[in-house]
Design a protein around this ligand. Structure first.
Ligand code: SAM
Length: 292
């Protein structure tokens, strides 16, 4: 059954509704009127850290029971939450900040609710990724949100390399302690691109620092980065492919791919040299060596 049908069938019975509510990412005034009314009206609110959400509820003078359902325990709690919803109870789900399900728990609960024919209503609101994108001034007709990069150096580089050809801006969440390392890797993989480091958005010390990757690396080399950070990377200029560093394995597999084209070795050597930056002679020799 498609999501639309699951939702439509849920409207007709007396099940409760799961409200997925976005909360501010720093500035309390960003809580929407609808979010406030919804949180005040539900029977129970599931959240990540009850202390964090309690602060929000206190500020809004809302007194609704809270129950912890963070990433580690949400999966186990889903059957119980569904039971409540199926019994006609309206519940809300919030994360510590921003939009649930965006680098936060929530997606599995929504999926389970839709599969169970429970109505899901999202109360939209702030999310750091889109706020950073708008604040960066970087062309964003198309963009790709990645979220948190892997912590291990090798894995992080692999992910960044795999994203080099994405036709749009890239958005990453990053902890302040790892920003310097991530900037170093961004400068390595995307040398020519503009990067915006968007810090503490919507808060007192909000800051957007924009510069080519290598300059940002220098800027933050001896300077501690504080607060919450989003990195926005501009799309590759079409000439950037030539600046990518190709490994021997990558050159070989590109050569093998080109050899499947019905063209002379000499033409293929020109193409391979242009794409990978090796000399035409080297490309020619490699193609001759590996041709079937
Ligand atoms: N669900 C949230 C959202 O909608 O943006 C994201 C939660 S994720 C666990 C937390 C990360 O979001 C932070 O480490 C940071 O990268 C980013 N973030 C959240 N609030 C931010 C803010 N005010 N300024 C900059 N980045 C922020």
């Amino acid at each position: 059954m498609c999501a639309q049908m699951e939702r439509a069938s849920a409207d007709a019975d007396c099940k409760g509704t799961l409200f997925v509510v976005a909360t501010p990412i720093g500035n309390l005034a960003d809580v929407s009127e609808r979010a406030r009314a919804t949180l005040a009206a539900v029977t129970k609110i599931y959240c990540e850290d009850t202390r964090v959400t309690k602060k929000l509820l206190n500020a809004l003078s809302i007194h609704v029971p809270l129950e912890r359902a963070d990433e580690n325990i949400l999966t186990n709690k889903i059957p119980h939450i569904l039971q409540e919803l199926e019994g006609g109870v309206n519940v809300a789900f919030v994360s510590d900040a921003g939009m649930p399900a965006i680098s936060d728990p929530g997606q599995k609960l929504v999926d389970a609710a839709l599969l169970a024919g429970v109505r899901v209503e999202v109360i939209p609101g702030p999310t750091a990724a889109v706020t950073a994108l708008a604040a960066s001034g970087i062309a964003c007709n198309h963009f790709y949100f990645y979220g948190f990069l892997p912590r291990k150096d090798g894995e992080r580089l692999k992910v960044l390399e795999s994203m080099a050809a994405i036709p749009g801006a890239l958005i990453f969440y990053e902890s302040p302690h790892r920003v310097a390392k991530t900037l170093r890797d961004l400068a390595h993989v995307y040398p020519g691109r503009m990067i915006a480091l968007c810090r503490e958005l919507t808060k007192l010390h909000e800051e957007v620092v924009r510069a080519p990757a290598a300059e940002l690396v220098k800027h933050y080399k001896n300077q501690e980065v504080r607060g919450e950070c989003v990195l926005v990377v501009s799309e590759a200029a079409s000439s950037e492919e030539a600046t990518k560093t190709w490994t021997h394995e990558e050159i070989k597999s590109e050569a093998e791919r080109l050899l499947r084209e019905d063209e002379s070795i000499s033409n293929l050597a020109k193409k391979l040299a242009k794409q990978t930056g090796i000399s035409r002679n080297e490309a020619y020799v490699l193609l001759l060596k590996i041709q079937p």
